[in-house]
Design a protein around this ligand. Sequence first.
Ligand SMILES: O=C(O)C[C@@H](Cc1ccccc1)[C@H](O)SCc1ccccc1
Ligand SMILES: [Zn+2]
Length: 170
Amino acid sequence: IRPLVILPDPKLRVISEPIKEITDDVRRLADDMLETMYDAPGVGLAAIQIGVPLRMVTMDVSKSEEERQPMVLINPEITWASEEKRVYEEGCLSIPEYYEEVERPDRVRFRYMNLQGETLEQEADGLLATCVQHEIDHLNGVLFIDYLSKLKRDRVITKFKKAARREAGA
Ligand SMILES: O=C(O)C[C@@H](Cc1ccccc1)[C@H](O)SCc1ccccc1
Ligand SMILES: [Zn+2]
């Protein structure tokens, strides 16, 4: 389990680098991310959220504990998005205990490489569509608060800056 990077850490604004080769380190990163994601718990995690600026995402939107369906996406990209939008109350493991409605395309198609080195493309709707868009945003330094009004965004950033100062014992 790796510590989560929390707002206002500037690491969250980094654009993550593509993964060029699937090495044992890359496989270990996937294991660390899945372990951290399940422990949080969350349904998705981007590598930058544990401080690693590489384009890897883990997801598991399966409902039950028994039937875990872990997904590891390497260099994922959205290849198509529906016109229809859907509003979902999003949260973020890097912005704890803050939830706001975000509107995103209802369905997306995304392409990625898996840990076996295969390039796959699949379509998603519902929570998986929301999650994959939220995670790929992380790889581009975009947070869900960027879709809110400036007023709301500034409020939450100020709140987390104050909390960070208190922690530093300022
Ligand atoms: O911070 C993250 O990237 C993980 C989020 C991903 C996510 C956010 C909003 C909507 C879908 C996925 C965590 O999974 S937040 C916890 C959570 C758990 C169940 C459903 C939605 C969010
Ligand atoms: Zn997030």
